[in-house]
Write a protein that binds this ligand. Sequence first.
Ligand SMILES: C[S@@+](CC[C@H](N)C(=O)[O-])C[C@H]1O[C@@H](n2cnc3c(N)ncnc32)[C@H](O)[C@@H]1O
Length: 510
Amino acid sequence: MTKTPVLEPTRLARLREALLAASYTADGCLDLLGPTGYAALARSEAVPALRATRGGTPLETLLRLFLLQQPVPYAAAAAALPVEDCLADGWLTRDGEQVRATVDVRPYANEVAGLPSADAWVVSDLGCAVGGAGGIGSGETAAGVARKDLVLGVGGASTTLANLAVRRPVRSALDLGSGSGVQALHAARHAQRVTATDLNPRALHFTRLTLALSGFENVETVEGSLFEPVTDRRFDLIVSNPPFVISPGGRFTYRDGGMAGDELCRSIVKRATAHLEPGGYCHLLANWQHVKGEDWHERLAGWVAGTGLDAWVVQREVQDIAQYAELWLRDGGDHRGPGSDYQARYDEWLDAFEAAQVEGIGFGWITLRAGGAADPTVRIEEWPHPVEQPLGPHIEGWFARQEFLRTHDDAALLGARYVLADEVVQEQVGAPGAEDPEHVILRHNRGMRRATKVDTVGAGFVGVCDGTLAAGEIVDAIAQLLGEDRVVLRDRVPESLRMLTEQGFIQPVG
Ligand SMILES: C[S@@+](CC[C@H](N)C(=O)[O-])C[C@H]1O[C@@H](n2cnc3c(N)ncnc32)[C@H](O)[C@@H]1O
């Protein structure tokens, strides 16, 4: 294994104090770089940050060392850090009068809905904190790390998953494929005990560094593939940003699962049920194949079938096989090598897809819940539109409403009371000057940010949903107002009541 910093608790605590004293935090870096420089850094563009850190203050020194991977004078490092400790433990190396970082240490605002933001740091390999391994040369990194073993920092997928998770206080959480430890970092704030697993021992060491530097002691790390390290154990929360890339070879452990096609994601879905506590949630990001002649909904339904879990699958994007191959060839830096190699690799990807009759790849997220229902709810849908972040609280609400719908027949639905959800607005669409609108649209500016067309009855119904009257009483009043048969209306309304409840436009009271 390539050398990574040693985890020595006392000296690590001193390093943490130094980072805090210099305001080497997400807020501190934002203040120093300004929104433009900070956003550029998130796109792996360093020039604005280099310009903003020429002064030699401790914060500027730390930013140059750990984020920009620049050598800094020993004296400047000594003013910012316990430099000899850091040299001894392998966070830094010395070259004459200059020192360099051996790893990327990125300030991170550890946000969990309902709790104040906490200062944290994510430790990962140099050169790939943002945007894959594309910035690393071929073979191994300058620090001598084999590309296969690289441990990435927080990427877009990491953030997506962190935002999806239901963040209620729980006893136990599992981060499957923990990498730099960012998911475990979030879970450590609301789970009493977190188990982080990974196939790559380097990744587990980075997880330990991230958690220890960020001040958490409630995380254990266990090496092994998928659920193997936790056979016979159950968790209240499972999160996984797995190596979901459907690729012809296992070149990068951080992204290539090494199983055929989308088998790795399927197997996590199938096996999650054996590791969830009653009521527990499992969130994972996944890619799935769109195979010629097969409806992708059916494919995903097959993954969930027989698990006994409630499931909500959302496809966010579909790419054709050429786009997909290009995305991951660029992620791996293949576009920087000789053109003939790039072409050969590209061919390899297309050959594999064609052989498996794959026409496209879906990207999305899967949430599973051990709701204990005999007939679990499975929703598989496409939703490429922007959503509110973090979405976790809304995901929890969706599963709760499913439980309500499952346990209420039409009569019970009419007997219940509802309130209009926050930030639902009504839009009327029609020809300019027309007396009546052609359509009435309800738009919800929260959660999935859905919109739906409603008729006069639906619009009238949600307009008076303030929780005081039962739905049936409202329907009767509307029937009288419109001169319609109340029995016919009572028969018709539950279907839209179900839809409005499921999609979160209205919420059952209690
Ligand atoms: C995409 S990274 C996710 C890292 C981190 N959890 C995040 O959200 O940024 C996937 C991680 O899964 C690990 N991994 C790869 N194959 C695995 C397997 N079969 N079992 C467990 N972990 C695996 C990789 O080493 C890598 O750390």
